[in-house]
Write a protein that binds this ligand. Structure first.
Ligand code: SF4
Length: 436
């Protein structure tokens, strides 16, 4: 049968879609790019915000209509929405629901659904997904590799520990087998993924850790760049910082969500650090890796956030000088501690104002930081084309650079001279092609 995937949310979901697509294609199904071409639609869902949940519900409604008109045969739901809503999604018109730790069983679940069974399958079968599991990679030169599933942190605003379960690391030899396979297939860049990627190995209790994984993965000649996402501040070890500093293949980039600059709000969020510890971490990374790029996430308008709390966040942003900042206004996420116990008491207009001021501050910081690039020659790996037909790629600091050329291809290393900066991407002129 022909299967169309619609993927919502984070890179882990993208990687899960690649895995499900790989398994289904090995079982004789065809993965198609358009819903009109499909017999089966699978929505790989995200529930990190209420809005994300509304989005897939709206899509589900539309696909139910298509099914009634006979244009598609089956609708499946995967991802965090499955774990959160389970049976409810069947009532809303889905034929099967498969949990985020059950994706290894997608072929069996689909087979049963095709026989007319309505199935909710939420077992923890994550250990059945390993280096031998087929994957249909969406990029030729870059691959996502999930190395740890779930999260033990229980931040009060976050639903992930309830939907993706507790931390479970993949054995290091198995991850390396996957890296080896990718290297043989011409992949040059890999990103190790985890909701809390720095916790990798803790549950294995055999000394496995992210730093040694990076070191060992870098030994494969074909692999040229190694990234990791997302970090929890207190789980970043000195050994990891040293490895990133010393290993030429390790991208000089850390994404470390701080979420707030106010100690009081951090406690309410159940984040296990304070602003000084966070700033010390930033300082430590920059002292060992002066050109490190540090990016972060912040939620504004968390319950009870006062003007003073917010000013503390502005102050932290000024001090940390992040290379990139993802901002979100707080909205209660049903099922979390915050939504149950804290009143969402910061008015919407106030939240938006706070977000906009932070956005302005961050833009100013971005412009100042980006100025340092002007006139410099940097090496990037070409990732693809913009809608306007220009090429783009990233340097080892995760800086996006756009350029025009008639003669490069995806995955190629090129040298660019930066001739224009913005608060977002940089623009450059092709100097030299360094090959694939
Ligand atoms: S660290 Fe906190 S925000 Fe991140 S996934 Fe875990 S619980 Fe959610």
């Amino acid at each position: 049968m022909r299967v169309f995937f619609k993927t919502y949310g984070c890179q882990m979901n993208l990687n899960d879609t690649e895995t499900m697509a790989g398994i289904l294609s090995q079982h004789g199904h065809e993965v198609v790019n358009l819903p009109e071409e499909a017999d089966i639609v699978i929505l790989n869902t995200c529930v990190v915000r209420q809005k994300s949940q509304e989005k897939y519900h709206s899509a589900l409604g539309q696909f139910v209509k298509l099914k009634k008109s006979g244009k598609i045969k089956l609708i499946g739901i995967a991802g965090c929405g499955s774990n959160l809503e389970g049976e409810e999604l069947i009532k809303s018109g889905a034929d099967f629901v498969i949990g985020s730790r059950s994706i290894g069983k997608i072929a069996e679940v689909l087979q049963k659904a095709a026989r007319g069974e309505k199935i909710v399958y939420l077992e923890d079968d994550i250990c059945t997904v390993d280096s031998k599991t087929p994957r249909m990679r969406f990029s030729k030169h870059h691959a996502w590799i999930t190395i740890i599933h779930g999260c033990n942190r229980f931040c009060t605003y976050c639903i992930v520990p309830y939907t993706r379960g507790r931390e479970k690391s993949r054995p290091l030899p198995d991850v390396l087998l996957e890296v080896e396979k990718l290297a043989k297939n011409g992949v040059k860049e890999i990103t190790f993924l985890g909701q809390n990627v720095d916790a990798y190995g803790k549950d294995l209790k055999d000394g496995t850790n992210l730093a040694s994984l990076i070191e060992q993965a870098g030994k494969f000649e074909q692999i040229k760049r190694i990234w990791f996402l997302t970090s929890y501040p207190t789980d970043i070890t000195d050994k990891l910082i040293e490895t990133v500093a010393e290993d030429p293949k390790a991208a000089k980039s850390f994404h470390i969500p701080v979420q707030s600059g106010s100690n009081r709000i951090l406690r309410l969020m159940n984040r296990r650090y304070d602003r000084d510890q966070f700033l010390q971490l930033v300082e430590k990374i920059r002292s060992k890796i002066p050109h490190a790029s540090i990016s972060s996430d912040i939620i504004v308008g968390f319950p009870t956030e006062t003007e003073y709390d917010y000013m503390q966040t502005m102050d932290l942003v000024r001090k940390a000088r992040f290379e990139r900042l993802n901002l979100a206004v707080y909205s209660p996420r049903q099922g979390t501690v915050a939504s149950k116990y804290f009143k969402d008491d910061v008015p919407r207009e106030e939240k938006v104002q706070r977000l906009n001021k932070l956005l302005e501050l961050q833009k100013q910081i971005n412009r100042e930081l980006n100025m340092q690039y002007l006139g410099k020659v940097v090496e990037i790996i070409v990732e693809g084309k913009t809608k306007e037909g220009l090429y783009y790629g990233r340097d080892i600091r995760n800086k996006v650079i756009i350029f025009s050329s008639q003669e490069v291809s995806e995955g190629e290393n090129v040298l660019l001279k930066i001739d224009k900066i913005t608060a977002g991407p940089l623009y450059g002129k092709l100097q030299k092609k360094c090959g694939l």
